[in-house]
Every structure is written in structure tokens, then in C-alpha cells.
Design a protein. Sequence first.
Length: 114
Amino acid sequence: MIRAAFSHDGEGRIVSFRMEGHARGWRPWPDTICAGVSAIAQTVIGSLQEIAGIEPLYSLEAGKISCSVDYPEHADKAEAVATLMESARIGCMQIESSYGSRHVTVIDQALTDN
């Protein structure tokens, strides 16, 4: 199973996400779900760099992707960061809804919950 955890700050903004695991047992193509979640995460990381103009702290490893951001003071950039981070959550929720929580589980947590 893929666990997609999203940490929120006191303002409700997503400040980090961590996606771990594999969607084992999905047939006929077990890698489809993993590829979808990975594509979402990597697209958001690239979009944070290219669209929002920030450099997120991220890690891409087999079976594990993480990303964290510091929100810029500039309001327009901060809004772009918030939108992009939320889009990662929405994409994972859509995959969870389509394929079931047996394969992808989205978890929201306060920043202090680790």
C-alpha cells in the first residue's frame, strides 16, 4: 500500500508530503498506481520550482518521495505554493477514490504529528 501523508501548519497549509510504499496486488498492472502517485509528486516538485519559483527540500527514492516547503513572504508566491501542495493531496485522494484505500491511503496530520 502507498501511504501519502500531508502535514499542515497552523494556517491549514500543506508544508510537506511523504509518499511511501507500493500498490502491491493491483492487477493487471501493479505499477500503474505507483506511477500515478509518483507522477503527481514529481510534477508538484517541478512546478514549485518552475511556477512558484521556490526550491523545495525533496527526496526521490525507490518507494519513497518526500517534499517540504517554506512559504515565501510574497503573497502571490505563497498562494501558488499552497495551491500546488494542495494539488498533490487532491491527486492522491482521487487515486485513492478510484482504486481504493487498500492501494493508496491519504493521511492528513498537523505539523506536530509525526
